[in-house]
Design a protein around this ligand. Structure first.
Ligand SMILES: [Zn+2]
Length: 127
């Protein structure tokens, strides 16, 4: 029935394969989930589900790796195109500030010296 579709892990570019029925359009593969999208594991049904908007991969750990390999163990997300009231939702426009896990803490961005944190943008600061 279905056919295999392959995707690249956005972290390590390993190739994963997913069996698809083909009537849901892919929107994006991203290292973070879209806000408002609901994801399931690749071995759960997703294409005939009203309440599923994407698939959550765990690179190398969910059995989807196409070639022999380790995977990087990071999660990434296949998001389907989603409509609401007849309009396509695009989660990428509202904010680019979705946190990307594994990129390292932002707070190591250099001490600002004795003046203390200038505190422009960024919650907290020092504590
Ligand atoms: Zn990976």
């Amino acid at each position: 029935m279905g056919y295999p579709v392959t995707y690249y892990c956005p972290h390590c570019e390993a190739l994963v394969e997913l069996e698809r029925e083909g009537y849901l359009a892919d929107k994006a593969v991203t290292p973070f989930p879209f806000e408002g999208w609901r994801y399931v594991a690749p071995d759960e049904p997703f294409e005939d589900r009203e309440d599923v908007d994407g698939v959550r991969f765990v690179c190398g750990e969910d059995g989807t790796l196409k070639n022999d390999g380790e995977g990087c163990g990071e999660t990434f997300y296949l998001s389907f195109v989603k409509f609401e009231d007849g309009r396509e939702l695009d989660p990428r426009t509202p904010s680019e500030q979705v946190e990307i896990a594994g990129e390292g803490p932002r707070s190591t961005r250099g001490p600002t010296g004795p003046g203390g944190p200038s505190g422009s943008g960024g919650p907290g600061g020092f504590w």
